[in-house]
Design a protein around this ligand. Structure first.
Ligand code: PMP
Length: 471
């Protein structure tokens, strides 16, 4: 049971003091900030709930940004952090290794059945993607016959892979790229996503659609020159941009086959969809493919520490081992001992508490309840997801699938409505409405240990919010 732990909470900060004159707080994104002028101040939390400085208990139906997969305030993780803090909080990974990083890397490598043989631990998803870009390039310079001409990367339209210049260029998030377009790398190219709700033609079968997408990738290789492409990047399950779009059966396999045909690397970004969110520790386990490089982040440390990783397939490791023997990349906080100790404990809990089983069971229950309550809603165009990662896409008209205009900022309105005391639920607003082409959506991503009662509450409150905003 959730009991607000006010004593443990930090002293409240007056909300208005944390907002600068433009209305953008230090942590807020670039979009729709006018809706976030007075963000609630979170001073505590337990389980699936967050606590504000005025005592409001908010059901965290999204685990933040699909991060807090154990819920808040798991004392087992607190203990692990404290233990590591007392041993050694930091050492520089360029000079030393540390037991916490070694233990975590071993656990991660083992979790892939030995397919991946190294883990490069950094502090954010963006950094992991940057590392993946650089490692792809380095790999081709270290082959027995080097291929330094492989400088192009192909990823997908409407994708998000991070916010630094390299990762922003890999992704294709219109609003986040807009003002930086002029300095983004011209070596990043984009093909269509596998997005059946809007991408599939009438009367097209799944197989035909997948074949068409693979052909588009093949054409892009041909356009660029197949031996100039070093990698294809995709999220195993598209998260933030289009909203929880699982790949069609065979899609990722078909895309990997194109990469293999041309000797390019196949990179899966599992920053959001990985580490258990979709019901298996690695989302690719459900797709019958193994990536050459894989990024992981959010569920890895469950928010107890900023941590992310790049998992490297054994064949890439072998090539680098025979080449320079190391990755030409390093960062000050790489393999941070406290972050690694926290993530190791989180992963032990995910395994020990059999949370993947719960993700699959509660995911099915969530899906069933959402369909029961919202299938007939005139503005809920699509309900989709996998594991505990579900989205609802909104349309003005179900027949034409006409999206809401970006000016309506629909998903942000749903988010702010959810925070009203009568609902007290945090819903993840989508970014799909930004370009006005794709629909806007909200995402649900509760913790892996969520209960049936919490799912019922999440569905009741979400339906209430949707009805208030859309009727
Ligand atoms: N890749 C994907 C697929 C993501 O969803 C995100 C974050 N939403 C990132 C990369 C960037 O991660 P971070 O915000 O930790 O830098």
């Amino acid at each position: 049971d959730y009991t607000p732990d006010l004593a443990a909470a930090t002293a409240p900060t007056p909300t208005e003091k944390r907002v600068d004159e433009t209305g953008v707080t230090a942590s807020s994104g670039v979009l729709y900030h006018q809706l976030r002028k007075e963000p609630l101040n979170i001073v505590g939390g337990r389980g699936s709930y967050l606590l504000t400085d005025n005592g409001q208990e908010i059901l965290d139906a999204t685990s933040g940004a699909a991060v807090s997969c154990l819920g808040h305030s798991d004392e087992r993780v607190h203990e692990a952090i404290l233990e590591q803090l007392k041993k050694i909080p930091y050492c520089y990974s360029l000079y030393f290794t540390n037991s916490a990083a070694e233990k975590l890397s071993k656990l991660l490598v083992e979790s892939t059945g030995g397919q991946m043989s190294r883990a490069f631990i950094v502090s954010s998803g963006t950094e992991a993607v940057e590392a993946a870009v650089k490692m792809s390039i380095q790999y081709f310079t270290e082959l027995p016959v080097p291929q330094p001409q492989r400088v192009n990367i192909i990823s997908r339209k409407s994708s998000y892979h991070g916010n630094t210049l390299g990762s922003l260029a890999v992704g294709h998030h219109a609003a986040r790229r807009k003002i930086y377009e002029g300095i983004l790398s011209k070596n990043m190219h984009h093909v269509a996503q596998c997005y059946p709700y809007r991408g599939m033609k009438d009367n097209e079968t799944n197989e035909e659609y997948v074949a068409r997408l693979a052909q588009e990738l093949e054409d892009e290789f041909q356009r660029l020159g197949p031996d100039t492409v070093c990698a294809f990047f995709a999220e195993t399950m598209t998260g933030a941009t289009l909203g929880c779009v699982p790949p069609l059966p065979g899609y990722l396999k078909a895309m990997k086959a194109v990469c293999e045909r041309h000797g390019a690397l196949f990179v899966l970004d599992e920053v959001m969809s990985g580490m258990g969110r979709t019901g298996t520790l690695h989302a690719w386990e459900q797709e019958d493919v193994v990536p050459d490089l894989q990024t992981i982040a959010k569920g890895l440390g469950a928010g107890y520490a900023p941590i992310a990783g790049l998992l490297v397939n054994k064949h890439v490791v072998e090539t680098l081992s025979k080449g320079t023997g190391s990755f030409v990349h390093s960062q000050t906080y790489q393999g941070h001992p406290i972050a690694c100790a926290a993530a190791y404990r989180v992963q032990q809990i995910v395994q020990g508490d059999k949370l993947m089983e719960n993700v699959r069971a509660m995911g099915e229950y969530l899906s069933q309840r959402l369909h029961e309550r919202l299938d007939s809603h005139p503005h809920v165009g699509d309900i989709r997801g996998r594991g505990l990662f579900w989205a609802m896409e909104f349309v003005q008209d179900k027949e034409t699938k006409e999206p809401y205009p970006p000016s309506k900022a629909l998903s942000w309105t749903l988010h702010t409505t959810g925070l009203k005391p009568e609902y007290s639920i945090s819903l993840m607003p989508g970014s799909g409405g930004i370009d006005g082409v794709n629909g806007d959506h909200i995402v649900l991503a509760p913790p892996y240990n969520t209960t049936r009662e919490e799912i019922d509450l999440i569905v009741d409150r979400t339906v209430g919010v949707i009805k208030e905003v859309l009727g």
